[in-house]
Write a protein that binds this ligand. Sequence first.
Ligand SMILES: Nc1nc2c(c(=O)[nH]1)N[C@H]1C(S)=C(S)[C@@H](COP(=O)(O)OP(=O)(O)OC[C@H]3O[C@@H](n4cnc5c(=O)[nH]c(N)nc54)[C@H](O)[C@@H]3O)O[C@H]1N2
Ligand SMILES: Nc1nc2c(c(=O)[nH]1)N[C@H]1C(S)=C(S)[C@@H](COP(=O)(O)OP(=O)(O)OC[C@H]3O[C@@H](n4cnc5c(=O)[nH]c(N)nc54)[C@H](O)[C@@H]3O)O[C@H]1N2
Ligand SMILES: [Mo]
Length: 771
Amino acid sequence: MTRTAPVEDPGDAGLRVGPPKDYAAGIPAVASSLSHASAQMGVRRTLLTLLRVNQKEGFDCPGCAWPEPEHRHRAEFCENGAKAVAEEATVRRVTPEFFAEHGLEELAGRSDYWLGQQGRLTSPMYRPAGGTHYRPITWEDAFAVVARELAALDGPDQAAFYTSGRASNEAAFVYQLFVRLLGTNNLPDCSNMCHESSGSALVETIGIGKGSVTLEDLHEADLILVVGQNPGTNHPRMLSALERAKQRGARVVAVNPLPEAGLLRFKNPQRPSGMLGGGTQLADLFLQIRLGGDQALFQAFNRLLLEAEDDAPGTVLDASFIAGHTHGFEEFAGLARTTSWEDVLEATGLSEEEIRAAFREVLAAEKIVVCWAMGLTQHRHSVPTIREVVNFLLLRGNIGRPGAGLCPVRGHSNVQGDRTMGIHEKPGEDFLDALGAEFGFAPPRHHGHDAVETIRAMRDGEVKVFVGLGGNFVAAAPDTEVTERALRACRLTVQISTKLNRSHAVTGEQALILPCLGRTEADSRPWGPQLVTVEDSMGMVHLSRGRLPPASGHLLSEVAIICRMARAALGTDDPRVPWQDFEAHYDHIRDRVARVIPGFEEFNARVRQPGGFALPHPPRDERRFTTATGRANFTVNPLEILRVPEGRLLLQTLRSHDQYNTTIYGLDDRYRGIHQGRRVLFVHRDDLTARGLVDGDLVDIVSEYEDGVERRAPGFRTVAFPTPRGCCAAYFPETNVLVPLDSTAAVSNTPTSKSVVVRLEPAGAAEPTAG
Ligand SMILES: Nc1nc2c(c(=O)[nH]1)N[C@H]1C(S)=C(S)[C@@H](COP(=O)(O)OP(=O)(O)OC[C@H]3O[C@@H](n4cnc5c(=O)[nH]c(N)nc54)[C@H](O)[C@@H]3O)O[C@H]1N2
Ligand SMILES: Nc1nc2c(c(=O)[nH]1)N[C@H]1C(S)=C(S)[C@@H](COP(=O)(O)OP(=O)(O)OC[C@H]3O[C@@H](n4cnc5c(=O)[nH]c(N)nc54)[C@H](O)[C@@H]3O)O[C@H]1N2
Ligand SMILES: [Mo]
């Protein structure tokens, strides 16, 4: 197979900035997905592959966790799903010769874009201590290295096992089993940096950390609030659901600091008329809120609801729901009534009239759904903010009835399933009891490290072996310099991956790359082709079956890699787990899942029914709340206002249209008018002027934090942009260097990637730093 790798890092030399778009999708989206896919796969492979995405006999789209509609269009994929597939089904290859040619030091100096463009990993590779290059290793020897280094630890808590949300249910289940048999709960995962705040707030208030709506609920809603989310780029298929709801008369209110194209208007590429016409106007109202202002906004709504009820008793709140199903109303209402407009206007940056206009939509709606993503979860006060969203829905009984509810929109395609399978550093007692009983062992009960705690532990020499089941921990984690130092301090780092990324270049003393099959590829085992399962954002479990021939004859499935690693580490004569049966036929794994995890009874049979099956969700299904009080909990959350010192800005780090987290597909961000560059900083024109800057100036972004450390991201081009005054935005992972490790959300410990206090300096003003 020939490698057609791009020769050089293109850098930002060709950066062009145009006006932002006010609509998403349409013909440019179809054209973009096909051209990107053809460049990676060729035309024939593109068509054959894309036709299988999310079809009943095909594979689950590795793009995002948005659920499949029941009646699928022949092309139920979107521009960004197509790019995610092309990225995996590419014909480019990273071979042992590649690693002989490119040493670790060189790789560490390459951009994420360049690394990803090299193609699929093909063979297991090993970097011995002190080695400058990776060299080939057999699978058997690779597992022996892992076993040796695990055995050399003082205890199992000196190892950490990361999971990224693409791992299948089957891989996740055997992975956590292996880790707990070793004796640790050190299972950090991408959730810790993503929707952990949602899980924390929801478990406490409704008893389950998952959203309470189905796709049908969205279609039936009267009002959908889309808060802190950019679906046009990150969940494009959600736009079809919003469009459908609108056709039934729903109203949509978007709450976002940025006028994101997909929130404003949508041209549906699945329908010919949608490609050409003006498209559907999606948002009826757009609240351009300050970063971190959402807690105040929902508190204002809650106060207005209580007042409206006072004015017309018995007509606004759902008194019987509140009395019959909730706890803590009086205490909550007491504080809510004292919410001050002055605080609300300061925190949100909105006018009272704008908030009252949105409130009229709220009052007019019988059934309300609130959707949210990273704009709500990655702030210091994210958990109180989401609790306030729950209060808002509880007041009118908008949880557990059709057309209404909570809709945290998940990121990775199986991140929710991985948590269901036990990927959790703080597992529940019931889960551990069931796991221990099934496999005849005593699982560790003490909590393990989450992502941020894992970085600290590696930095401090307390964790010495790091294993990553997918993902790109080095680039996804905050405080890049600290994280890189932490990983370099390990004895061994192991990455189970499909594609080359920064985590292969920044390694421990020894490092292993274990290349695995992707979703699109056929997983042939002695007992026939294997299927895996995933759970979408709305708790539907279904099959995924790859068809393409594997990228290389040396690849193993994730399940096979974990089972063999477990056998090597725990001993081949360990009778507790039939790792070889598990690896040979995944039905054996599913049989065990069925016995350990509630809701998976008859797993093998039910998941083979068309469309799979829905997991139970007590609040949604029967208005049952498995909280400490046995009811849905109203909560009291003192308002937090993010105040920024004089002359500073609040920076949010977000995704461009041409990336999947740390995977950079290309250098355009079409909807925001950016072409051929990524080091851009979106700032309000008046904030530029106030600093003596103009659009196009080159600046360093310097983050300031209470630890006194100054973190610097050099060389960003300013772009005058319609963002609220005092707020700015730039892409991750380039700006992760600015997010302080210790700056995390209360309760969930999620890095505050959406509120970093920064100042701007003319580029190059500071002394150059080493590295
Ligand atoms: N194509 C593509 N799809 C993806 C991904 C990808 O990288 N590429 N990533 C996947 C993953 S893992 C995830 S978690 C999701 C992420 O999906 P999103 O959460 O949509 O991703 P972000 O780019 O982080 O965008 C955050 C949005 O919230 C807004 N925002 C920021 N701060 C605030 C705030 O304080 N209040 C409000 N109201 N809004 C705010 C931003 O302006 C932006 O529109 O997407 C998933 N899908
Ligand atoms: N500053 C800032 N930082 C953030 C965020 C932010 O908004 N701002 N967002 C956070 C969020 S929401 C998330 S979810 C994390 C994402 O963190 P991660 O999930 O760790 O990162 P990804 O970039 O999604 O991982 C991409 C890599 O996964 C591997 N991969 C892809 N498919 C497969 C597969 O099928 N199997 C295996 N084994 N490997 C595969 C490939 O090698 C690829 O390079 O980043 C977080 N970091
Ligand atoms: Mo995520």
